[in-house]
Design a protein around this ligand. Structure first.
Ligand code: BO1
Ligand code: ZN
Length: 231
């Protein structure tokens, strides 16, 4: 059958008529454009505190719309606290969004600027809810860190993911992905914008506390390689 996607007939403008009316009727739908001038400094917001155990990464898969790395979230092995959050949020997965060319691909936009891609680190409130499925239905269930990706220098951490893409060419393919530290994908500065929003893809649940990092990280263009020794 015809399911949601990013094409002209099943893309975001059609999701509301494909079983997800919240796309149009929702009160806190994501993504959004962040207008930096309208954001207000809030002295109640704490720094983000990430405590990630690299040994909790499990696998990498092609979901059909993204490349995703899943983590063991049966206990508090990799957790996010701080920012606007109450309690601990457990890391469940991270995945990427990108476009067909470098000029677009990010979901969030800052002051009219679109980036080449966006990394999402998805966490759920394990102090209040007993599983991801319960958390995704709650207004304070999820916390997602968004990191903008821009094309320029090399990025060794991303390279490890790029190398595994070779085995992930078809939807639902999956391979082992152990001992990966998601911290290696983050910028040095963790300043962020925060707002209450939703999943950016169906089911579009309005359960996400968004933490959009101001500083982007870099990704290598896929079509530029230098032969070693050729200078
Ligand atoms: S996002 O971070 O807002 N782009 C986003 C969008 C959709 C999901 C997660 C994050 N979907 C959910 C699925 C669940 C699945 C879960 C964790 O991701 O609805 O079925 O268990 O992978
Ligand atoms: Zn996402």
């Amino acid at each position: 059958g015809c399911s949601w996607g990013y094409g002209p007939k099943n893309g975001p403008d059609h999701w509301h008529e494909m079983g997800f009316p919240i796309a149009k009727e929702g009160a806190r739908q994501s993504p959004i454009e962040i207008k930096s001038q309208e954001a207000k400094y809030d002295c109640n917001l704490k720094p983000l505190n990430l405590s990630y155990d690299p040994a909790s990464s499990k696998s990498i898969s092609n979901t059909g719309v993204s490349i995703q790395v899943d983590f063991d979230d049966c206990s508090d092995r990799s957790v996010l606290t701080g920012g606007p959050l109450c309690g601990k949020y457990r890391l469940r997965q991270f995945h990427f969004h990108w476009g067909a060319c470098d000029g677009h691909g990010s979901e969030h936009v800052i002051d009219g600027k679109n980036f080449a891609g966006e990394l999402h680190l998805v966490h759920w409130n394990a102090e209040k809810y007993s599983c991801f499925g319960d958390a995704v239905k709650a207004p304070d269930g999820l916390a997602v860190i968004a990191v903008f990706l821009k094309v320029c220098d090399s990025n060794p951490a991303l390279q490890k993911i790029v190398c595994s893409l070779e085995c992930l060419k078809s939807k639902d393919s999956k391979s082992e992905f152990k001992d990966f530290s998601p911290c290696s994908l983050l910028p040095s500065c963790l300043q962020y914008y925060t707002y209450l929003g939703s999943l950016t893809t169906p089911p579009l649940c309005e359960s996400v506390i968004w933490l959009v990092l101001k500083e982007p990280v870099t990704k290598q263009p896929l079509d530029c390689y230098r032969i070693p020794g050729s200078s």
